[in-house]
Ligand binder design. Structure first.
Ligand code: AMP
Ligand code: MG
Length: 423
């Protein structure tokens, strides 16, 4: 087995990488370079392939469409029969329906009634739509000005037999299921689902059903993580709450690294707690502790424990969601064998002014919706404290105030990432 590249080696190739002040883009880059995709293929029926990662190219076994056919209801004609500068009378000799072809050849001066999807009758190359044709018994008159080849779909024009219809690494979406069905493909090779272990750390955490002692809080991070990971389509391994003890953390990390491809924890990486987490991690694998230039967020641990990738997220409930979205989500998609699709920001007008310090990326929870003039506007959802889940729950987007950006005035355009469907 060849020695794996270490995180330290990867980070050393990124110029000016300061673990105490890592811009968001830099952290994403380091993670992207470090994470490796799994390759473990299983075959599933196409319906079950939704949300899975295609493991091999799917080569089309047929031409789609399988025949030249009509794109419209009308009459199939021979373009060479049509007069360029006068209307053309033709004799109709039959009808072709979708699924029922016209048997026989079409000669000079003849036309065949065709329905959408009908195989083009032999000899015809053009379809004239029914709306412009004057029909009278078994004769029609085609007006001048028709284009040769119009309203005809060519065999193999959507997909040619032998060509890759879908490429390996594709995250399969509903349109792809339809595409696969159109090829008559019943099963596809997909990567096995990623297994992700997750747990919360903190002596102050109580689980639902337990009494809330003084100074304690209910563990909410495991629930937001459960939701976000479920939406990613991974297999979950919920390891509960891990107390702030060396032994407990070490045991949890060992178990997780044996059973999962990736481990996500929350809490225990802030300045006050990092020392003890760091000791545990040093004995288990290679984990770096970074301070990300972002808000909410800041502290984060990332690395490898055994064969599993490890993401140590901050404890604050909103910070967990934001760091998951920007660091963990794409990494897990990549690890699943797919290329993450870029998250597309919208441009919206900020309703209010926002203070922003250049030198870090800030994410503000907001509702983005059309304003009175129809243009999108972004309205912040109350307190932006990194523990305030309510403002996250009310929001439908994160306004991104970029690393170099300064204060925003009311009415300024800002980038906003709608997160419905993302998390
Ligand atoms: P930590 O990063 O462990 O220092 O935690 C930062 C803050 O987030 C503290 O106020 C914790 O109580 C809170 N916190 C940590 N983990 C959780 C959790 N799983 N659910 C809710 N709050 C948490
Ligand atoms: Mg803690």
């Amino acid at each position: 087995m060849t020695a794996r590249t270490t995180l330290a080696e990867i980070v050393s190739c990124l110029s000016d990488f300061d673990p105490k002040a890592v811009p968001v883009a830099r952290a994403r880059e380091a993670i992207e370079r470090f994470v490796e995709p799994i390759d473990c293929v299983e075959r599933v029926a196409i319906r079950a392939a939704l949300g899975r990662v295609l493991a091999r190219d799917v080569v089309s076994p047929i031409d789609v469409p399988a025949h030249d056919n009509s794109a419209m209801d009308g009459w199939a004609v021979r373009s060479q029969d049509l007069s360029a500068d006068a209307d053309t009378p033709l004799a109709t000799i039959g009808t072709a329906y979708a699924g029922v072809a016209f048997d026989g050849a079409v000669g000079p001066g003849q036309a065949v009634r065709v329905m959408t999807g009908a195989v083009m009758p032999n000899g015809c190359d053009t379809v004239v739509i029914q709306e412009v044709v004057r029909a009278d018994g078994d004769r029609i008159v085609v007006p001048r000005g028709q284009q040769a080849g119009q309203n005809r779909r060519l065999r193999g024009e959507d997909l040619a037999r032998g060509r890759a219809a879908l490429h390996a690494g594709r995250l399969i979406r509903p349109a792809d299921l339809g595409l696969l069905a159109s090829l008559g493909v019943a099963e596809v090779p997909v990567q096995r689902r990623l297994r992700v272990a997750f747990f919360s750390t903190g002596d102050e955490l109580r689980s639902i059903g337990e009494p809330l002692d003084a100074g304690c809080v209910y563990d909410s991070n495991r629930y937001t993580l459960h939701g976000m990971l479920t939406r990613l389509g991974v297999e979950l391994l919920d390891m509960g709450v891990v107390p702030d003890s060396r032994e407990a953390l070490e045991a949890a990390m060992r178990t997780a690294s044996l059973h999962a491809d990736a481990i996500v924890s929350s809490g225990g990486v802030s300045v006050g707690e990092a020392d003890f987490t760091r000791e545990v991690m040093d004995s288990l694998g290679e984990v770096a502790f970074w301070t990300i230039a972002m808000r909410p967020g800041r502290p984060m641990a990332f690395g490898r424990v055994g064969d599993a990738w490890y993401f140590g997220l901050p404890g604050n409930p909103v910070a967990v969601m934001v760091t998951f979205l920007f660091f963990v989500r794409d990494a897990l998609i990549r690890q699943s064998g797919a290329s993450p699709r870029p998250v597309l920001p919208l441009r919206a007008r900020s309703v209010a002014r926002m203070r922003k310090r250049p030198g870090r990326t800030e994410y503000q929870r907001a509702i983005v919706e059309p304003g009175p003039d129809g243009a999108l506007q972004a309205r912040i959802t109350g307190s932006q404290g990194s523990g305030v889940l309510r403002s996250m729950s009310e929001a439908n987007a994160l306004v991104v105030l970029h690393h170099e950006q300064g204060d925003v005035a009311a009415g300024d355009w800002v980038d906003a990432i709608p997160f419905d469907g993302l998390m």
